[in-house]
Ligand binder design. Structure first.
Ligand code: G4P
Length: 526
């Protein structure tokens, strides 16, 4: 029997943001509060710095670091918190999308001066699709920023989610005095002194009209009272169930680097964030409370050492108990596989575990069996949903640059695609292969890794494409006509599904209008 308490005490989530909004800093501060680390700076960021945009050696170095920070687990007040790291660099957005399939909730960090940025918008689209509960943390209040009401309006408009502030800033930048925490009725005073400690001044104020408020923040108290009155009038009362349904996002203000507002965020998060939830498969819903193990692979990490081409596959446990040295059914291959060294992650430490529960992430040593979205069960034929591929944004032909290494190239491409580094499309007309990626960096990564890990050489050729769309239709007639007319733009993805490669937004629009019985999908799951 699976102990219910083990499921109910787990909180598995990701922190997402546009690069530089403060995701890494906030992650670190949460680990500090959780006691998982003791000094700020202990956990290295997995982010690939902006300066490294074309430096793939740096990417390789960072890749090594990011294995350790892929999952950061810690215990806090009886709860088991699992933070799943997401790559900071935009070109790796696809990795982030997949990580979002393995979490039960999300914290979005927004820079108070910049507001909603492009990457935040894209990531929120994925959260909305999955109805993931979201908490917003507006960061960098110690710097001059935008008006908080204006920011909230922008979040509602741009991220298409209702918001309710649960804390409120008093001043901003050089005049920043602190935040009033509406959720707990406390005034947190800001002193930008020691960034490494986790103490701060908190004054409990049960009545906002109390002279205590004036004593602590002087003239700012009038503005705060006015703001709070406005908030009460404009925003509805916060209901946890609306948050859990993904309808409303509570908002906190603070300054991650100064450890400010982070504790309030963490405590509220732990109180309201969901424990592991049901997962959807192609055939049924899986409850975390079921006794039999089920889980899926959402991330694969290759070893950086070319002499050991083994990989770590990250398994998200959806139900049952995972046990060491027990055979599990690998649905794709139909094989039973046993794992003698499954690993769990606690902050930057990795250790072998005997047992793991729903919500946990287990690292499995893999010699090339797994690909993204593979399922493990105790015999059931299940396929989890919600780990789609998204239409890439950049495309290039990939060609063999060393005729003697054809096999190595084929194997390398195959395995890198299994890892989800990029997507491969094969043109139906002539069999040429096209690599599609979210960002330009991956092309360098693929070329570098093919050479260093597989001893193969590739070269790229330019191809002008706008989007890849997965197509389906009930009308065989129209589908056949489409196939014939678009013969040169038709390709197969890695799973043999039909994809239309649109040359331009115009070509796509024309196709959609002309072939009204065909559905064009921008993700591989529909
Ligand atoms: P990211 O993971 O979302 O990309 O952002 P990260 O935490 O790396 O933060 C980006 C920059 O913003 C960092 O500065 C970081 O120190 C700074 N930062 C984070 N939180 C706050 C805050 O509350 N207030 C202020 N003023 N700055 C903040 P950097 O100079 O790019 O890097 P570093 O040299 O400090 O590491």
């Amino acid at each position: 029997m699976i102990p219910e308490i083990e499921i109910k005490r787990r909180r598995t989530f990701a922190i997402i943001s546009h690069p530089d909004a403060g995701k890494t800093t906030l992650t670190e501060k949460l680990l500090l509060f959780g006691g998982a680390i003791h000094v700020a700076g202990a956990v290295k960021s997995n982010k690939i710095r902006k300066s490294a945009t074309s430096d793939f050696m740096e990417i390789e170095r960072q890749r090594g670091i990011s294995v350790a920070t892929s999952v950061m687990g810690f215990d806090y007040k009886g709860l088991k918190v699992n933070i799943l790291d997401t790559p900071g660099h935009e070109d790796f957005a696809e990795d982030t999308y997949r990580t979002l399939s393995a979490v039960d909730s999300v914290i979005i960090v927004i820079d108070c001066a910049k507001g909603v940025e492009s990457q935040t918008r894209k990531l929120m689209n994925v959260c909305r699709m999955r109805k993931t509960p979201v908490i917003v943390f507006i960061n960098k209040l110690d710097r001059p920023g935008r008006d908080p009401f204006e920011l909230l309006d922008e979040i509602e408009r741009e991220l298409k989610i209702n918001v309710i502030p649960l804390s409120w800033p008093i001043g901003m930048g050089t005049t920043f005095k602190g935040v009033y925490n509406m959720y707990g009725g406390k005034l947190n005073l800001f002193f930008p002194v020691n960034k490494q400690t986790i103490t701060q001044d908190v004054v409990e104020i049960n009545d906002i009209n109390s002279p205590e408020l004036d004593k602590n923040i002087g003239d700012y108290s009038t503005a705060l009272r006015d703001d709070l009155q406005l908030i009460n009038g404009v925003y509805p009362h916060f209901e946890v169930k609306d948050y859990l349904m993904g309808k409303v996002a509570p908002v906190f203000f603070g300054s991650a680097i100064n450890n400010f507002g982070v504790k309030e965020l963490l405590e509220c998060f732990l109180e309201i964030a969901p424990h592991p939830q049901n997962s959807t498969t192609a055939t049924r819903e899986v409850s975390p409370f079921e006794n039999k193990l089920t889980g899926f692979i959402f991330k694969i990490h290759a070893n950086m050492d070319p002499n050991h081409r083994d990989r770590i596959a990250f398994l998200k446990i959806c139900s049952g108990v995972f046990e060491r040295n027990t055979s599990y059914f690998h649905v794709t291959s139909g094989k039973w596989i046993k794992f003698s060294n499954p690993t769990a992650f606690m902050a930057e430490k990795k250790s072998t575990i005997d047992r793991a529960y729903p919500g946990d992430i287990v690292g499995l040593h893999d010699t090339g069996n797994f690909k993204i979205s593979d399922t493990l069960t105790e015999g059931e034929d299940l396929q989890f949903k919600g780990i789609p591929s998204f239409s890439p944004e950049q495309f290039r032909y990939i060609e063999n640059a060393d005729p003697m290494k054809y096999k190595q190239l084929a194997k390398g491409i195959d395995q890198l695609m299994d890892e989800g580094v990029a997507q491969l499309f094969t043109l139906k007309s002539n069999g040429r292969r096209i690599i599609g990626t979210v960002g330009a960096l991956q092309f360098d990564v693929i070329q570098f890794r093919l050479e260093h890990e597989y001893g193969a050489k590739c070269r790229y050729e330019v191809i002008n494409l706008h989007k890849a769309c997965w197509i389906e239709s009930q009308s065989k007639e129209q589908l056949d006509d489409f196939r014939k007319r678009k013969f040169n733009s038709m390709a197969l993805d890695k799973w043999g599904r039909e994809v239309f490669l649109a040359e331009s937004p115009y070509a796509l629009q024309m196709a959609i209008e002309k072939f009204d019985k065909i559905q064009f999908h921008f993700t591989s799951e529909f």
